[in-house]
Design a protein around this ligand. Structure first.
Ligand code: ATP
Ligand code: MG
Length: 199
C-alpha cells in the first residue's frame, strides 16, 4: 500500500467512527415538520421528490397547494394518476392576480379547514403544504393557529411547508429547515419557464 492510500484509509477509519457515533445517537422515530424556504429555485420540486419517496414506500400522501398559478404543472398531472395521493388546490392564484384581500383571506381560511382534516387523519403519512408561507406572510392565516394545529397532528405524520420568506415562529417550530439560495436563475437572463424544469 502506498503512503497516500494508507493515510486515506486512516482518515476514513477516523471518519467512520465519528459518523457511526452520530448515527447511533439519532435513535428516535418521529413525524417531522420540514420547511423549504429562500429565494432560490427548488423548494416545491424538493417536496415533490419526498412525495415520490413516500409513495414508493406505499405511504399515503396529501398535497395542498395554497397558491395556484394559471398554468398546469407536470407534477399535478403525474401525481394525480398515482395511487395513494390526494391533491388539493386551495389557492386561487398569485396575490398580484387576485388583488382582493377579503377574498384571499376567505379562500385561505376555507383552505385551512381542509388541511385541518388532513392533519387529523393518521392514515396520511406525509402532507405537503405547498406555498403556505404566502398566506402566513400576508396575514390571511394566523401563524399561531397554524402552528397549534400542526402541533396537534398524529405523532408519526410528516409535514413539508414550502415558500419564500417563512416566518420566524415557523422556522423555530420546524425540525428541518432548508434555505435555498438564489445564485443564478435563467429567468433573469430572459428565458421563460420551461416545461419539465419550472412547471
Ligand atoms: P420549483 O417549483 O421549481 O422547485 P420553487 O418552489 O423553489 O421552484 P417558487 O417560488 O415556488 O420556487 O417559484 C415557482 C416558479 O418560479 C418556478 O417556475 C421556478 O423555476 C421559478 N423561480 C424559482 N426561483 C426563482 C428565481 N430566483 N427567479 C426567477 N424565477 C424563479
Ligand atoms: Mg414553489
Amino acid at each position: 500500500m502506498t503512503e497516500k492510500s494508507d493515510r486515506y484509509k486512516q482518515q476514513m477509519q477516523k471518519k467512520k467512527l465519528v459518523v457511526d457515533a452520530a448515527i447511533e445517537q439519532a435513535d428516535r422515530d418521529q413525524g417531522l415538520l420540514l420547511v423549504l424556504t429562500g429565494n432560490g429555485k427548488g423548494k416545491s420540486s424538493s417536496a415533490f421528490g419526498m412525495v415520490s419517496r413516500a409513495l414508493g414506500h406505499g405511504m399515503k400522501v396529501a398535497v395542498a397547494q395554497f397558491i395556484k398559478g394559471s398554468r398546469d404543472t407536470g407534477e399535478e398531472a403525474f401525481f394525480k394518476q398515482q395511487a395513494g395521493i390526494s391533491w388539493y388546490v386551495l389557492g386561487e392564484g398569485f396575490t398580484w392576480e387576485t388583488q382582493n384581500l377579503e377574498r384571499d383571506i376567505e379562500t385561505a381560511a376555507k383552505g385551512w379547514q381542509v388541511v385541518r382534516q388532513l392533519l387529523a387523519d393518521s392514515d396520511i403519512s406525509l402532507i405537503v403544504l405547498d406555498e403556505l408561507t404566502y398566506p402566513l406572510k400576508y396575514g390571511w392565516l394566523d401563524c399561531e393557529v397554524v402552528l397549534a394545529d400542526l402541533a396537534q397532528r398524529p405523532a408519526m405524520q410528516h409535514v413539508i411547508i414550502t415558500g419564500r420568506a417563512a416566518p420566524l415562529p415557523l422556522l423555530e417550530a420546524a425540525d428541518t429547515v432548508t434555505e435555498l439560495a438564489d445564485k443564478k436563475h435563467a429567468f433573469r437572463a430572459g428565458v421563460k419557464a420551461q416545461k419539465g424544469i419550472d412547471l
